[in-house]
Design a binder for this molecule. Structure first.
Ligand SMILES: Cc1cc2nc3c(=O)[nH]c(=O)nc-3n(C[C@H](O)[C@H](O)[C@H](O)COP(=O)(O)OP(=O)(O)OC[C@H]3O[C@@H](n4cnc5c(N)ncnc54)[C@H](O)[C@@H]3O)c2cc1C
Length: 400
């Protein structure tokens, strides 16, 4: 049997897209572990940086926001900008959304996707089954895209591992393992600063190493946001408002500008509520760069260049690289070689046209891999509001 659509991914983007496709009456098979990035690849005890208004998965019918989930679960409603969402609540919300709107989810891995002539795509699952779909939506999120800067490679010969000397922040769920240990966290984004604060609270001695002066900074609390600028899910600013509500023209900007904005807008900045948990508890070394990482006496040692241009060495028991994610089609190895080479890409990211369709008709990308085409809002849950209905509409028109 040929299914019209396969959605690969059961995080916020995959679930929201699948809900919109189902509402249009399109038969869809959906694959993945629900909310797994949040459950296994983010630290226990984490709080979401996004506010409740920016943390709902978009649904085709009302009644499925995070506030609706709170009502259904009989817990305190999370609605105002001062309500902070624990990751555990957000995971439970995503699972509730899945059970209500995508109940047929298959907790199976897609091993490969290849083109199959004019019929569409051949998918192989790790259950051993193969089938054909007319269209495929890739919503694999952060999966396989963790970025380790090459200069840290010297202390991670076999790649980053949580039990080795150097790891990536996505490899940790329980930071209590660093209790009584010296830990270096590389990075200055929310993930770096919150990982550092949680590890310090668990009893580790933590130092954040960040590149550049004044990079460790925290946002303003809701009551100190400027009043005369338009509101957006990320705070009050004209740029954030335009990028949140009008991502349509983004893909017509020059490639240089698009890639720069994805990296910079909504870039490194700690949440307002993290400041008190961080300052005075975590040491900060601002450096102009990390030159290399070595191993000495079984411990990782970072050779850094200070802001004044001197060389300095920083040692610890373990280094966590909270250095984010890079989209690279080459790393999406479940996409067959022929498919990957046929895709038009820009700096490793798929070039998307109207309705999130790639240059290969029938192959769609949403979430993080769509950020270079539709803007930084695609890196966040609230991007589902723009992406999911448009993708579903395009797909219904072309393949429904
Ligand atoms: C530490 C951290 C904190 C964050 N905090 C926030 C926040 O506060 N607010 C916010 O809006 N965003 C936040 N983000 C960003 C957030 O992770 C993304 O917005 C969101 O998870 C993207 O959802 P997604 O559905 O695209 O991918 P993911 O949530 O990563 O889900 C990927 C899905 O793909 C599936 N999958 C992958 N490969 C396959 C395969 N081959 N076969 C089958 N299934 C597959 C997985 O099982 C999973 O279901 C944070 C990110 C990090 C790292």
């Amino acid at each position: 049997m040929i299914y019209p659509v396969a959605v690969i991914g059961a995080g916020p983007f995959g679930l929201s897209t699948a809900a919109h496709l189902r509402a249009r009456g399109i038969p869809v098979r959906v694959f993945g572990e629900p909310m797994v990035s949040w459950r296994d690849h983010m630290p226990e005890g984490m709080l979401l940086k996004s506010t409740p208004v920016a943390s709902s998965l978009d649904a085709p019918q009302p009644g499925h926001t995070i506030a609706d989930y709170c009502d259904a679960a009989g817990i305190r409603r999370l609605v105002t900008d001062e309500d902070i969402i624990p990751v555990e609540t957000f995971i439970a919300y995503g699972e509730w959304f899945q059970q209500k709107l995508v109940p047929e989810l298959e907790r199976v891995r897609v091993v490969s996707v290849d083109r199959r002539g004019s019929e569409g795509f051949e998918l192989k699952l790790d259950s051993g089954e193969s089938f054909t779909a007319r269209a495929v939506v890739v919503a694999t999120g952060l999966y396989g895209l963790a970025h380790l800067p090459p200069e840290l490679g010297g202390a991670a010969a076999d790649g980053p591992t949580p039990t080795g000397l150097v790891s990536h922040s996505s490899q940790h769920h329980d930071l209590a393992r660093f209790s009584g240990k010296e830990l270096i966290v590389v990075g200055a984004g929310q993930s770096a600063l919150e990982t550092a604060a949680l590890a310090a609270e668990a009893g580790a001695q933590v130092r954040v190493v960040s590149r550049g002066r004044g990079r460790v900074a925290f946002g303003a609390p809701p009551w100190k946001q400027p009043k005369l600028r338009p509101e957006s899910p990320f705070g009050r600013a004209w740029s954030l408002w335009a990028l949140s509500y009008y991502p349509h023209p983004y893909r017509y900007l020059p490639a240089e500008a698009r890639h720069y904005l994805v990296r910079r807008v909504l870039g490194p900045l700690g949440a307002w509520w993290l400041r008190d948990r961080f300052e005075g508890k975590v040491e900060v070394s601002e450096v102009s760069g990390i030159v290399r990482a070595d191993v000495s006496d079984g411990r990782p040692v970072l050779s850094v260049q200070t802001l004044g241009g001197r060389g300095e060495e920083l040692a610890a028991d373990h280094v966590i690289a909270a250095t984010g994610y890079r989209v690279d089609i080459a790393a999406m190895d479940f996409l067959g070689h022929e498919l990957r080479t046929a895709l038009a890409v820009s700096r490793g990211t798929p070039k998307l046209g109207a309705g999130y369709c790639s240059s290969v008709p029938g192959l769609y990308f949403t979430g993080l891999p769509a950020a270079a085409s539709y803007g930084p809002v695609m890196r966040f849950v609230c991007g589902t509001e723009f992406a999911s209905p448009r993708l579903a509409k395009h797909l219904a028109g072309a393949h429904g």
